[in-house]
Design a protein around this ligand. Structure first.
Ligand SMILES: Cc1cc2nc3c(=O)[nH]c(=O)nc-3n(C[C@H](O)[C@H](O)[C@H](O)COP(=O)(O)OP(=O)(O)OC[C@H]3O[C@@H](n4cnc5c(N)ncnc54)[C@H](O)[C@@H]3O)c2cc1C
Length: 482
């Protein structure tokens, strides 16, 4: 198993418990609680791919963060657990022929994962002012706030998911999944990067790679691991690159790359908000998901948000001095009209192209407009959109219409996305898809893929829970095949 994110680690645990001999290979290091930083820059540079500077090129430069450590994205994500809704699953069956993905059919797999990962609603005692304001704002403008569900036990609301949970209340895969796998006899090799697949004609026989010094990332010893069955779960960017580097040049490999692009808006209040207290993300609004728009309350470290503040010198200083009076809410969009591609480049690199469609830009503007309306409905004094081509500061609710109608191009936006899909997509047409509905690679033997790259299009929901439910189903399939 290559990659210990939610897809790989969970599947490795299930297979080991079924009595299989499993080796879980992870390029990154183990991160202990005492290794977590409060400072986002250090978190990014130590535990994220390309030091947190991974980005797409195309019609915009979009940062996209993928963690590089035992547990993958689950260590630094907000732990939001959400099932893929019916309308998105219908699209996977209708447009890609994916079998058995209907929510009713997936229900037992989701249930098992939810139970194991401790998925629960954010407790009211740790919502904090920023999240509560989001809830009230939704109600004021006549839309429905929904309490977020997360994989955690005993969260104290330190708003620090992004830097790694300081109390380990977040049940990321390194603390839930990998320990159970080891207990059941599985082996885990960290700081070992898979480079290529071992191929014998159409048969995949394992991987070749090399050890990596955990922090300098210097390559060390060459390693070869042979296996009856190889599963790539290195994430939607790395998995297709490993395949391409192994000489698998089939057209769909690396194509059809999709994201959930998003942006955050800050709102200023008269009262103190202390936005850093409470759950990182406590409420979301699901009313516009079928239109491709999701709204969430959000907190991340100042170093990641404040770079979008207007002004320099005295004005910037003033803005920063009001930070404790601000809330931050985010919009992300389905990105269903936007496409990209990832290609291996040179010995160890890759190139990510992404073209965001005007329809998705408009979805973003519509979502931002809704957030502006919400901010002023609960007494915000100013909203800072941080988008080139819009006013620095919006001082009343009429700004919502202005934002919605502005003629903006993708390059105007400071968009980012950490939800990545489609680059090794699942479906029943070998010409368009890389794996079939069971996760088995088309036209190759003994190779499976289990990361979010197999989602054939964007899932509308936050993706972690779905990749784990698919992993749970895949464990059943593999049990009957090996
Ligand atoms: C800041 C942030 C917040 C997020 N918030 C949420 C959220 O709240 N809810 C949600 O549902 N989703 C969230 N996501 C997205 C979610 O974390 C990812 O969708 C999920 O982790 C993807 O799982 P995966 O198993 O496909 O891949 P990953 O989690 O990316 O895991 C892949 C693993 O493979 C390893 N790897 C890569 N290349 C190699 C190689 N060559 N050899 C060996 N190992 C390799 C990587 O180091 C990594 O550990 C967030 C993501 C981020 C970054």
């Amino acid at each position: 198993m290559i990659g210990s994110g939610p897809g790989g680690a969970y599947l490795a645990k299930r297979l080991t418990e079924q009595g299989r001999s499993v080796i879980l290979v992870e390029a990154g290091p183990v991160v202990r609680t005492r290794d977590f930083h409060k400072d986002a820059g250090s978190t990014l540079s130590q535990y994220f791919m390309e030091g947190g500077l991974r980005r797409t090129a195309g019609n915009l430069y979009m940062p996209t963060m993928q963690a590089r450590c035992l547990g993958g994205g689950s260590v630094f994500n907000s732990a939001i657990c959400m099932r893929t809704p019916q309308f998105a699953a219908d699209k996977w069956s209708r447009d890609h022929g994916v079998l058995g993905i209907d929510p009713a059919a997936m229900d037992p797999y989701y249930e098992r994962v939810e139970q194991f990962m401790g998925v629960r609603k954010v407790d009211p005692s740790i919502q904090g002012r920023r999240n509560e304001l989001f809830r009230v704002a939704c109600e004021e403008v006549g839309i429905n706030p929904t309490v977020i569900e997360r994989n955690e036990e005993g969260c104290r609301g330190s708003s620090n998911c992004f830097n790694g949970c300081p109390t380990r209340a977040k049940k990321s895969l390194d603390v839930r999944g990998v320990p159970e796998m080891i207990e059941a006899g599985g082996r885990v090799y960290t700081s070992l990067r898979a480079d290529t697949l071992l191929m014998e004609g159409h048969r995949v026989r394992g991987i070749e790679g090399y050890t990596v010094e955990p922090f300098s990332k210097r390559p060390g010893q060459r390693v070869r691991i042979t296996a009856k069955c190889t599963i790539l779960a290195a994430g939607a960017i790395a998995t297709p690159v490993i395949m391409q580097r192994s000489g698998i040049k089939r057209d769909p490999v690396g194509r059809n790359l999709q994201f959930h692009p998003g942006t955050a808006l800050m709102g200023l209040f008269e009262d103190e908000i202390a936005p850093w207290s409470g759950a990182t993300q406590g409420y979301h609004c699901l009313d516009f998901m079928e239109e491709g728009i999701k709204l969430e309350s959000l907190w991340v470290a100042p170093s990641l948000l404040a770079f979008r503040f207007p002004g320099i010198g005295k004005r910037l200083k003033e803005m920063l001095s009001r930070y404790n009076h601000m809330a931050s809410w985010a919009v992300w969009v389905s990105g269903e009209d936007s496409k990209g591609r990832v290609r291996a480049r040179g010995r160890a690199g890759h190139d990510i192209q992404y073209h965001i469609a005007q329809k998705d830009v408009q979805r973003m503007q519509d979502g931002m407009a809704k957030l502006i309306e919400m901010y002023f409905a609960v007494g915000s004094r100013a909203v800072y959109p941080g988008v080139y081509g819009l006013p620095d500061e919006i001082s009343d609710a009429s700004g919502a219409e202005l934002v919605q109608r502005a003629k903006l191009s993708p390059k105007n936006f400071p968009i980012a996305s950490n939800h990545v899909f489609g680059s090794t997509s699942m479906g029943e047409d070998p010409a368009r898809h890389v794996v079939d509905s069971s996760g088995a690679a088309w036209e190759l033997d003994d190779l499976y893929i289990c990361d979010t790259g197999i989602f054939p299009s964007t899932p509308a929901a936050n993706p972690m829970l779905t990749v784990m439910a698919i992993a749970d189903r895949m464990a059943e399939t593999l049990e009957s095949r090996y």
